[in-house]
Design a protein around this ligand. Structure first.
Ligand SMILES: NC(=O)c1ccc[n+]([C@@H]2O[C@H](COP(=O)([O-])OP(=O)(O)OC[C@H]3O[C@@H](n4cnc5c(N)ncnc54)[C@H](O)[C@@H]3O)[C@@H](O)[C@H]2O)c1
Ligand SMILES: O=C(O)C(=O)C[C@@H](O)[C@H](O)[C@H](O)COP(=O)(O)O
Ligand SMILES: [Zn+2]
Length: 365
């Protein structure tokens, strides 16, 4: 088992990664807040596969578990799901010392985390990520959210979990497309902070042990950023590399393109624009494109600059007439630059144009 300690001003907690950790969830979580009621929030794909293991483990440790299943998919990370979940918690007469266990991918993690932060102004929260994307990114760091039609993650909180357990055996049932989805955020993490991680992510035929090593490294990197800037006042914005344009793609698609795919497209657009401006070398774009292609990720979109720009205006790094872009300098290094909205639009248009000129190489989603 690998463990990382996350220390933020609001909470200190462990992220454990290893085999069969779902069966140990009760035993590890019970000492944190005591074994009261436990609401396991999961989705319709994950619950049939893994909820039994968690229920048994929690019962064994003295918890009183209830399972709450939401329909799978980003389109359900919405107000309706949040409302139903909060009502379920109230109907169960849950109290502050009780705990919500979010069992699933980032959708369940973000939704469950938000509900845990709101109900009675905050109850216990344990993240049990089952997707690669949730393991490397969303389960750690305390951002919670739901989407509105206007844009991604527009309603949310910063609320750190009490514990994160990633059971590496859940990788066995993850669909191939979801593996690629997770690599979107892994490649992002390599791009912002660690060229060695970037290289590891583009190695073909990775085995389970190598993927576990990659997860561990991503968690360490996220920990290092979040502990220095929990509420995203500065440094933490680098975790948003590729998201300013990526979230716009996601919104334009009606949240039908997976998040990691949109981040891949967003990274390509901004990197193509930076290559054109000499902010990074053309080789950086070629390396990024190669890594994404190898992992089965798209590199551009059919949506046009105008509609993407409208979607981009909901970005949380935006001020009244500026937005902070995260720009690649080389593999493993980015800078944050506050630009006027018109300039951000120019980055978007230039990036899209450069990628559309490369029709033979670039995969569109
Ligand atoms: N809070 C954060 O810091 C943060 C970071 C990154 C992403 N996110 C959010 O995370 C979400 C994306 O997360 P995701 O990609 O995990 O999406 P997801 O939760 O929709 O999971 C993807 C799919 O995989 C299925 N699945 C998950 N684990 C499985 C398993 N082990 N076996 C079989 N099927 C499995 C799910 O049912 C779903 O169909 C987005 O909403 C994104 O905004 C949040
Ligand atoms: O943890 C962070 O900070 C991130 O930005 C990680 C992102 O991968 C993640 O998608 C996050 O939810 C985006 O947040 P938002 O503030 O841009 O909605
Ligand atoms: Zn993301």
């Amino acid at each position: 088992m690998n463990s990382v300690t996350v220390s933020t001003p609001s909470k200190k907690y462990y992220v454990h990664t290893g085999a069969d950790l779902l069966s140990a969830a009760g035993e590890i979580a019970a000492p944190l807040r005591g074994a009261g009621q436990a609401l396991i929030v999961s989705d319709a794909n994950v619950a049939p596969l893994y909820a039994r293991r968690v229920v048994d483990s929690l019962e064994h440790a003295g918890f009183r578990p209830t399972l709450h299943v939401v329909p799978a998919g980003e389109q359900n990370k919405n107000m309706r799901s949040l409302f139903d979940l909060l009502n379920r918690m109230a109907a169960l007469r849950m109290i502050r010392s009780d705990t919500l266990f979010a069992l699933g991918g980032g959708v369940v993690g973000d939704l469950g985390g938000l509900a845990a932060s709101l109900y009675m102004r905050g109850i216990g929260l344990v993240q049990l990520p089952t997707s690669l994307l949730a393991a490397v990114d969303s389960s750690v760091g305390g951002k919670t959210a739901i989407d509105l039609e206007t844009g991604k993650n527009l309603v949310g909180t910063f609320y750190q979990p009490d514990l994160v357990l990633y059971d590496t055996e859940t990788l066995a049932t993850l669909p191939k497309e979801q593996l690629a989805n997770g690599f979107g955020e892994i490649i992002k993490t390599g791009m912002i902070r660690d060229a060695k991680l970037f290289d590891a992510a583009r190695k073909p035929n990775l085995g389970a042990a190598e993927i576990a090593g990659i997860v561990h490294r991503c968690v360490e990197i996220k920990r290092d950023v979040v502990r220095r800037d929990e509420k995203e006042t500065g440094l933490r914005q680098i975790l948003n590399f590729g998201h300013t344009f990526g979230h716009a793609v996601e919104k334009c698609s009606g949240f039908s393109i997976p998040h990691g795919f949109c981040v891949a497209i967003g990274m390509m657009i901004v990197t193509a624009a930076c290559a054109k401006r000499g902010i990074c070398a053309p080789e950086t774009l070629i390396q990024l494109s190669g890594a994404l292609r190898l992992r089965g990720l798209p590199q551009t979109t059919r949506f046009e600059a105008d509609e993407l720009f409208a979607g981009m205006l909901a970005d949380k790094k935006r001020a009244s007439d500026t937005v902070t872009l995260v720009l690649p300098r080389s593999i493993g290094s980015v800078e944050r630059r506050k630009v006027m909205l018109e300039e951000a639009r120019a980055f978007l248009a230039d990036g899209l144009e450069a990628l559309s000129a490369d029709e033979t190489e670039v995969v569109t989603a």
